[in-house]
Design a protein around this ligand. Sequence first.
Ligand SMILES: Nc1ncnc2c1ncn2[C@@H]1O[C@H](COP(=O)(O)OP(=O)(O)OP(=O)(O)O)[C@@H](O)[C@H]1O
Ligand SMILES: [Mg+2]
Length: 230
Amino acid sequence: MPEAIIAVQRVTKQVADSTGTLTILHEIDFELRARESVAIVGASGSGKSTLLSIIAGLDVPTSGTVRLAGADLFALDEDARAALRAQQVGFVFQSFQLLGNLTALENVMLPLELMGRNDARAAATEMLRRVGLGERLSHYPKVLSGGEQQRVALARAFVVRPAVLLADEPTGSLDFATGATVMALMFDLNREAGTTLVLVTHDRAIAERCQRQLRIDAGRLVQDEAAAPA
Ligand SMILES: Nc1ncnc2c1ncn2[C@@H]1O[C@H](COP(=O)(O)OP(=O)(O)OP(=O)(O)O)[C@@H](O)[C@H]1O
Ligand SMILES: [Mg+2]
């Protein structure tokens, strides 16, 4: 069997709070294969965003390891981890994290330029068109609506056709039709580029489109099951 694209091994995350130690994640263990689509579900505050940040190497576990494309993420130094992330991972945050001094087009071009791609403008323009923002290329984030900002963030993550796409409530700010368009794009990426999808979502319809569902409850992985066949 090929090595897992993502292996989460006994990941625990604790933080100090006023009452002592708060355990946000408790010995989370699972593996994802390349091309899999997985939904992470669970109540608000259960630890989903924390887990996604750790998988992305943006947050560090208290104990346990994450292997991404064969590399032990937390054995790498910051620079090596950032380089690996740039090559392999697209990330869409719950807060969109657009750069406010760049236009929509420049935000989407940025990861391509960092990779040295000379077709950055054309590829970014095309991806913005696909998320329905072809008429908003030169707008700055502050004049875009919440849903438009979310779509710029999605375009920025999609445009590099990453091996892994981590998305935290990717349709949370979108109306039904726009959300459906964005979901279709994600599953196209999964099919066409073989991108592994890891989606945190409260939307049952989206969770059911994924091949697998992981349920987190109070920081513990309580369920890991394949989606029921349609
Ligand atoms: N740095 C921190 N210090 C203290 N508590 C934290 C910290 N980061 C997260 N938490 C707490 O850990 C818990 C899990 O947070 P997390 O953001 O992962 O939840 P979530 O499942 O993504 O929730 P939601 O569905 O509302 O986005 C929450 O109770 C949160 O308050
Ligand atoms: Mg969250």
